[in-house]
Design a protein around this ligand. Sequence first.
Ligand SMILES: Nc1nc2c(ncn2[C@@H]2O[C@H](COP(=O)(O)OP(=O)(O)OP(=O)(O)O)[C@@H](O)[C@H]2O)c(=O)[nH]1
Ligand SMILES: [Mg+2]
Ligand SMILES: [Zn+2]
Length: 305
Amino acid sequence: MGAVRASYGGDMLRAGAADRMALPAVGDWAAVRDWPDDRVTLEAVLPRRTAIVRDSADRTSQGQVVAANVDVVAIVEHLDPDPDLGRIERLLVLAWGSGAQPVVVLTKPDLVPDPDGMRAEVAAVAPGVEILLVSAVSGTGVDELGALLRNGRTLALVGPSGAGKSTLTNALLGVDVMPTGSVRARDGRGRHTTTHRELVVLPGRGVLIDTPGLRAVGLVADDDAVAGAFPDVEALAARCRFRDCTHEAEPGCAVRPAVEDGDLDEDRLARWRNLRREAARNAAHRTPGDRRAVVADLEARRHRR
Ligand SMILES: Nc1nc2c(ncn2[C@@H]2O[C@H](COP(=O)(O)OP(=O)(O)OP(=O)(O)O)[C@@H](O)[C@H]2O)c(=O)[nH]1
Ligand SMILES: [Mg+2]
Ligand SMILES: [Zn+2]
């Protein structure tokens, strides 16, 4: 059928007014209606298998769906300038909370002397997650990344501006569909070249979603998503004598000694605490807008019809 332009039907407008997360996002499947007068309306968003949800930019109580029905979230981070480990952890929480499989893609290995050493540093903050070194310049790792796009799977690229998401999109497609931008020489920061989310279909392979560089990503995460990104810390915490151990000075704490023995990085522990606190705040504020509630509500409305 190709591309169609549709306006929101009445149900969609009502649902969207109540909860922005009910509105269609890139990657969504939607039901459209063809009217005799050639109008096309979008009547419903089908239940999402997965959803990457961030805090909405305007800090209302609702989340914003970055992409829906994604199978693999590629967290794209540059090696030059140095990768930001805290940002990778935060995006891993976002990814684990989405229900999709995360992978970390480290770009610009061609610009640094020891990419493998840097990969090892990143591995310490991404336990259990595959990490690829991919250079669009030398071609290293492009095929490996491309291999994730198969069997109709959907891969979404998320990460800071200038990391090379659109460059990777073009490399995977073999043609330039996305404009790419140079980074500022002074600090290597990107200029937010991509301004909207773009979905491209690779026939016989899968679907690729390029997103604009994320600035500060507020999380709409729960404890489980944080646990997914910090299995090492959570495993230690599970061994503390007290269930409500704060890992400060309690007897029988398993986390503090791990830091003292050098098995757990103090900074990583601090970032874990912060993300847990953020998740707890969200849990207090956002229960009604929660992803499952949105899906359940959409389902209920479909069945009533
Ligand atoms: N040396 C080198 N440069 C790269 C690589 N990947 C991307 N670049 C360069 O990095 C700059 C930014 O790339 P983009 O693909 O526009 O970055 P982006 O992540 O899409 O950025 P936004 O759209 O702003 O979010 C461009 O000048 C690219 O040529 C790489 O692997 N090696
Ligand atoms: Mg881009
Ligand atoms: Zn403890």
